[in-house]
Design a protein around this ligand. Structure first.
Ligand code: NAD
Ligand code: TYD
Length: 376
């Protein structure tokens, strides 16, 4: 008898050339043959070099494009008939959002809105022509059947909940939204849109709100990779304010496993907080990075990398503390992180030491040349 085989479906991943999205794509295709269409605008944060190991792999197709391009998204959905969309695409750096919030409003809010509309047109209730002809779908009654089993998973952040005081309990899903930066406000708005598209139109959505990620392929503008690459380059390690701001850290592959689990078994319309119970003040993170580098790549003069730590002017409106209560995800879906902070940060420092070329291409801008050549 011929072996029974389950037909392979497809995922549409957005922002899959960025830090978390690319880790998700790589992890997914390491354990599954289900194809991924990867829609990424390839902004400064999108790095196809991260996906080099998938070159020539028929299971992965990278498409350069904007989640706000309704016609493109509708075409990809119609062509590939994905069983789910996982939305990582966003502008993600708080400091950039302070200096130039426009792109954050454009991608995180307007882009998410347009993506939701294109997805709604695909999922059902609207004719494809509505999307194609008008750019946006009108509201109105369903005029075609919905796609059974389809899911839209929106990847978001704990920063939407605002800042905690010392002693406050960690953010649960029921915590009110109090975003403080242009970044977190734009992500909060996107979460609200996703929620509204479920309640109003019945779109089958899931939202995850995760704490700070770290790990391989992290763009070196964020705290941990910036400290590693600056330390190795002999540059100052800029710590904002008194360095006592607290973040809750999760190894990126644990975030990816949580997303896989929510995609698989999460209840539609629900939000799930993702975190590993790892609250740490920034200065402790920087000191840990220095200690690991002292051990793995000691400086020739015998001094510690910690001597490069420099306190600098604080970020405006800097949130003091984030902490995630992930008990809903743990209890309902049985998810647990595989890494402790100690194991995850060691793996991260090892990865940066083992991949100087990836770092050098980001720093020199050579990864942009690669993008321009491929997609000219
Ligand atoms: P990132 O900045 O590394 O990657 C974002 C990716 O989205 C890039 O590849 C970029 O090219 C792409 N992109 C940007 N605008 C786009 C657009 N208009 N259309 C299509 N693609 C576009 O971000 P990240 O750290 O990987 O974060 C991914 C998601 O996870 C974001 O939604 C972010 O808010 C969320 N998140 C991040 C963290 C974290 O610690 N990094 C924590 C929780 C949640
Ligand atoms: P970041 O990695 O930018 O993530 P987020 O702002 O989303 O939490 O910053 C993490 C913490 O580290 C945050 O409290 C700001 C601080 N920080 C520094 O002290 N120095 C730096 O150079 C950077 C980039 C961040």
């Amino acid at each position: 008898m011929a072996p029974f085989s389950i037909p392979l479906m497809t995922l549409l991943v957005t922002g899959g050339a960025g830090f978390i999205g690319a880790n998700f794509v790589l992890d997914w295709l390491a354990t599954s043959d289900e194809p991924i269409i990867n829609l990424d605008k390839l902004t400064y944060a999108g790095n196809p070099e991260t996906l080099t190991s998938l070159q020539g792999d028929a299971r992965h197709q990278l498409v350069q494009g904007d989640i706000g391009d309704s016609a493109l998204v509708s075409r990809l959905l119609a062509e590939h008939q994905p069983r789910a969309v996982v939305n990582f695409a966003a502008e993600s750096h708080v400091d950039r959002s302070i200096h130039g919030p426009g792109d954050f409003i454009e991608t995180n809010i307007v882009g998410t809105f347009r993506l939701l509309e294109a997805v709604r047109g695909y999922w059902g209730g609207l004719a494809d022509s509505d999307i194609r002809e008008q750019g946006l779908a009108p509201t109105g009654a369903a005029d075609k059947p919905t796609k059974a089993g389809f899911r839209f998973l929106h990847v978001s952040t704990d920063e939407v909940y605002g800042s905690l005081a010392k002693g406050d309990p960690a953010f649960a899903e029921t915590h009110r939204y109090e975003p403080n930066s242009p970044y977190s406000a734009s992500k909060a708005a996107s979460d609200h849109l996703v929620r509204a598209w479920h309640h109003t139109y019945g779109l089958p959505v899931l939202t995850t709100n995760c704490s700070n990620n770290y790990g391989p392929y992290h763009f070196p503008e964020k705290l941990i990779p910036l400290m590693i690459v600056n330390a190795l380059a002999g540059k100052p390690l800029p710590v904002y304010g008194d360095g006592m701001q607290i973040r809750d850290w999760l190894y990126v592959k644990d975030h990816c496993s949580a997303i896989r689990r929510v995609l698989e078994a999460g209840r539609l319309g629900e939000t799930y907080n993702v975190g590993g119970w790892n609250e740490k003040p920034n200065i402790e993170i920087v000191q840990t990075v220095c200690k690991l580098l002292d051990e793995m790549r000691p400086k020739a003069d015998g001094s510690s990398y910690a001597s490069q730590i420099t306190y600098v002017t604080d970020r405006p409106g800097h949130d003091r503390r984030y902490a995630i209560d992930a008990r809903k995800l743990e209890a309902e879906l049985g998810w647990k992180p595989a890494e402790t902070f100690d194991t995850g940060i060691r793996k991260t420092v090892e990865w940066y030491l083992a991949n100087p070329e990836w770092v050098a291409h980001v720093q020199s801008g050579a990864y942009r040349e690669w993008v321009n050549k491929q997609y000219a």
